[in-house]
Write a protein that binds this ligand. Sequence first.
Ligand code: APR
Length: 247
Amino acid sequence: MDDLIRRAAKDLAAAGNVAALTGAGISIESGIPPFRGKGGLWERFDPMEFAHIDALMRDPTKVWKVLIKEMKEILDRAEPNNGHKGLAKLEARDKLKTIITQNVDGLHQAAGNTDVIEYHGTFAWQRCMDCGKKYENREVDVSKIPPRCDCGGILRPDAVFFGEMIPAEAMWRSRQAATDCDLMLVVGTSAVVQPAAMIPVIAKENGAKIVEINPEKTPLTFEISDYLIMGEAGEVMNRILEAMEKI
Ligand code: APR
């Protein structure tokens, strides 16, 4: 892995416009379970039964009771880990501009990154299904399920459920960032959910170098990525930053 760490440090040092695409894997070290693989949420809950917009509209109490309450409690406790902090340090060194994240935990902003596109929305906010009023997740009282807005409407996370559109602004800003970058870090995503998994392909088609950080291979690894650093996000980011000091 050492030579790949050095290679990534050199590539980042030489890059003019770096973007990152992140997935649940970068937040595992903050105590947030991934969706797939070991301990994945979808191993315990059927996403179509609990994370699809039709399920939420059909039975908001059930979805709130099972999925949303569990996610809310985990997210309320989560703090950024070395993976998030590493990307924040890259921005501080003017070596990372935009993060496109599939995560809904708000940890990139908490770590200090200032240009974060939340491709699947966010759990950090709840919004009323009737009037659209937004509430900070931490201030929503879930002792009564489902929680309600002052207007009486039911609250839902401001996240994108299966069956919903990606927010239009997130969609086009991500496409722009992927087109403009000359290096894209792809960290902690299984790259199986569309349209997010297309983002590295757009970057590649526009001449960017694609550097994957993941303990496992993904569909991107052979077709799209220039190389895969097989490791955990926190440790790999720390080692890349160290190696950049020596350049
Ligand atoms: N560091 C980096 N990557 C890791 C780590 C780690 N410590 N541990 C696991 N991973 C990798 C796994 O190998 C896997 O490739 O993180 C990835 C997690 O994959 P998923 O759980 O599928 O998460 P993600 O790719 O973000 O899912 C995409 O699916 O259910 C929807 O909306 C949900 O945004 C989510 C989307």
